[in-house]
Design a protein around this ligand. Structure first.
Ligand code: FEO
Length: 168
C-alpha cells in the first residue's frame, strides 16, 4: 500500500507530466503557426510521450491500490519569440521535472518503498535522455541563430523524429 504522502506526491507528478504535455502541445501549435512543421511534429511527439508518462504513474497508483486524483491544469504560454526561446524554455522545464523526480526518489526512499523506487528509476533514466535531447537542439539553434536557411534545414531534420515504441 502506498503511503498517503507518496500517493499525493505521485498524483502531483501526474499533474506535472500532464501539464508538460499541455505546454508541448502549445509549443507544437506555435511552431505550426510559424510554418515550421518539422519542429511542430517533434513537439507533438514530445507531448505524446508526456502523456505516456502520465499513464505510467496512473497505472502504478491503481496497481498499488491507491487513489488517482486528476487535477486542473494551468493554461500554457501561447507564443514565443523564436525557436531558440521555445527550446530554452523546454530545457528549463525538463530540469524542473528532473528536480521533482529526484524529490520523489528521496520520498520513496524515506518510506522504504522499493516498488515506487523501481518505477522512479525509469523516470530518472528518461530525464537524462530528455535533457540531453533538448540541450542538443538548444546548442544547434544557438549555432544557426539569425540564419533562416539553417532553421529551414533543422526543421526538415526535426521532422524525422519517430514515436518511441511506447507511444507508437
Ligand atoms: Fe515526463 Fe519530459 O518529463
Amino acid at each position: 500500500m502506498l503511503s498517503k504522502k507518496l500517493q499525493k506526491a505521485l498524483n502531483d507528478q501526474m499533474q506535472a507530466e500532464m501539464s508538460s504535455a499541455y505546454i508541448y502541445f502549445s509549443m507544437s501549435s506555435w511552431f505550426k503557426a510559424q510554418n515550421l512543421n518539422g519542429f511542430a511534429s517533434w513537439m507533438s511527439l514530445q507531448a505524446q510521450e508526456e502523456m505516456d508518462h502520465v499513464m505510467k504513474i496512473y497505472g502504478y497508483i491503481h496497481d498499488r491500490g491507491g487513489e488517482v486524483e486528476l487535477r486542473a491544469l494551468p493554461a500554457p504560454q501561447k507564443s514565443w519569440k523564436s525557436p531558440l526561446a521555445v527550446f530554452q524554455d523546454t530545457y528549463k522545464h525538463e530540469q524542473k521535472i528532473t528536480g521533482r523526480i529526484n524529490d520523489l526518489c528521496a520520498l520513496a526512499d524515506s518510506d522504504n518503498d522499493n516498488a515506487t523506487r523501481v518505477l522512479l528509476n525509469w523516470f530518472v533514466t528518461e530525464q537524462v535522455e530528455e535533457e540531453a535531447n533538448v540541450l542538443g537542439v538548444v546548442e544547434t539553434l544557438k549555432m544557426i541563430e539569425g540564419h533562416p536557411g539553417g532553421i529551414y534545414m533543422l526543421d526538415k531534420e526535426m521532422a524525422g523524429r519517430s514515436a518511441s515504441p511506447e507511444v507508437a
